[in-house]
Design a protein around this ligand. Structure first.
Ligand SMILES: [Cu+2]
Length: 71
């Protein structure tokens, strides 16, 4: 299956440390690639190898202390 491009809204990021945490959290999930976190835009763009990884991404970002949701 081809990679799908995903955008999530991410609330709660206030500085580069926060966006770095979200970046590393997403990059740590196998099957997620090309992560770009936009601190000011409160978004994260990435690609998933399977659709189920979107829910996993939301769960892990939430566990890291931020609020991720589908746009
Ligand atoms: Cu911060």
């Amino acid at each position: 299956m081809a990679a799908q491009k995903i955008t999530l809204n991410v609330d709660g990021m206030s500085c580069g440390h926060c966006s770095g945490m979200v970046q590393r959290t997403l990059e740590g999930i196998k099957g997620i690639s090309n992560v770009v976190v936009d601190l000011n835009g409160k978004k994260a763009d990435f690609e998933v190898s399977e659709a189920a990884l979107v829910e996993k991404a939301i769960k892990e970002v939430t566990e890291a202390g931020y609020k991720a949701s589908k746009p």
